[in-house]
Write a protein of this length. Sequence first.
Length: 501
Amino acid sequence: MTSPETPSPTAPEDDRRRWIALYVLCTGMLMIVLDGTVVNVALPTIQDDLGFTGSNLAWVVNAYMIAFGGLLLFAGRMGDLIGRRTMFLSGLAVFTTASVLCGLSTSQEVLVGARFLQGVGGAMTSAVILGMIVTMFPTPRDQAKAIGVFAFVASAGGSIGLLLGGILTQAISWHWIFFINLPIGLITAVLAQRLLEPDHGLGLKAGADVPGAVLITSSLMLGVYTIVKPAADNGWTDGTTLLFAASSLALLGAFLWREATAATPLIPLRIFRSRNVTGANLIQIFTVAGMFGLFFLGALYLQRVLGFDALQTGLAFLPMTIVMGTLSVRFAEPLISRYGARTLQFPGLGIIALALLLFTRTPVDGSYVVHVLPVMLLLGLGVGLCFPGLMTIAMSGATPQDAGLASGLVNTSAQVGGAIGLAVLATLSTSRTETLEAQGKATADALVGGYHLAFWIATGLVLVAIAVAAFVVQPEAKAAEAIAEEGEPAPDATQPAYAEV
């Protein structure tokens, strides 16, 4: 009899195909994650080429974020209902087609519209990937290793995007930051067709809740719009911002009431009964909110204060990616197996907080090697330690029927955390810079002063995440006992999610 900790006997060839399927899924995820930052480096060139004004240029990013963040939760649940493989392949088709339209754009309207469509495809693709992974790898050891690979791709893709965006923009043109997705998307789709076993899902009758779908999608889209537009432009206390925020919360409240009373809810609220699922997503919201400040404001510090160009900025983030990848891919599984996913949150999050704290000490005449490189190395170490375990905790309470929903929830919490963190930190940093300039400070000194304030706040957000890990998340054994007491079936995988080539 096979113990729960021992993988079921599988032929070496079958096991090889399963891991190849994982890399195909992660390639799809990498393409989506890259798009979040690869565009940022090319924005000045896009502005000059298509004649965007400063305010309109933000919609190249905002259009994508609104669609992506607004549809993740809905796409994840729809993957459970119609089949996660179907949702993944459909999303790839939409994303790849939209990428070609972006590359061919010769007007502002076409580019912004295509970016919105890209966000739709990105949500459809990425929302179900983690759910497919935990189904493909049901045993704890293999699952920890597979999630380590996924966590590296999801976390490091942003810094890789900065490097790739700089290379393509400077060597060819900004159009190629979108055209590059065509061969990647086609190859990923062909391999996914051959490697991923069709899954029929629960059927739309199990959760075809149209009013619920409209409410949650409207709430999330309006919430993301509030963050990226009125809050960023007018501040958090502006009347327009408060009106939009209140409307988003009202829609969310109506959605929760609908799901609590519907006979076949789109999103069963039982998933939130798990302290570990809820706690892990809260940790991700606070941590990503703090870390997004580094990707955005850290890049601005390198360019506007230290004088780095786009390619140099991308290379500056590379050490973090290397450390993160080494830990996530090579050491995540043995560390989680030995110490437990929850235990690793404390050193990992503590190191991230220390890295952000160090960035509050960066001077105007700073040196990359002395003041920036240690921060990059520490962040890579911290993320590599805690994020694979965090993904494991976030999926731990999901049944096979809810895996897509749990996967979409993980991605949604990351997007919401990133959007809120970026808006808050950027707004407060800019306000502080303007105050210092009004007091007679030089531009560089004022900029650095604004960045310092943002990183103090980012450090505080990560400390809140540590508190959530301590007081909300339960040790794995205790969480398993709670699931058993409620009579919930343990997550398993009776059907393989991969097929023979």
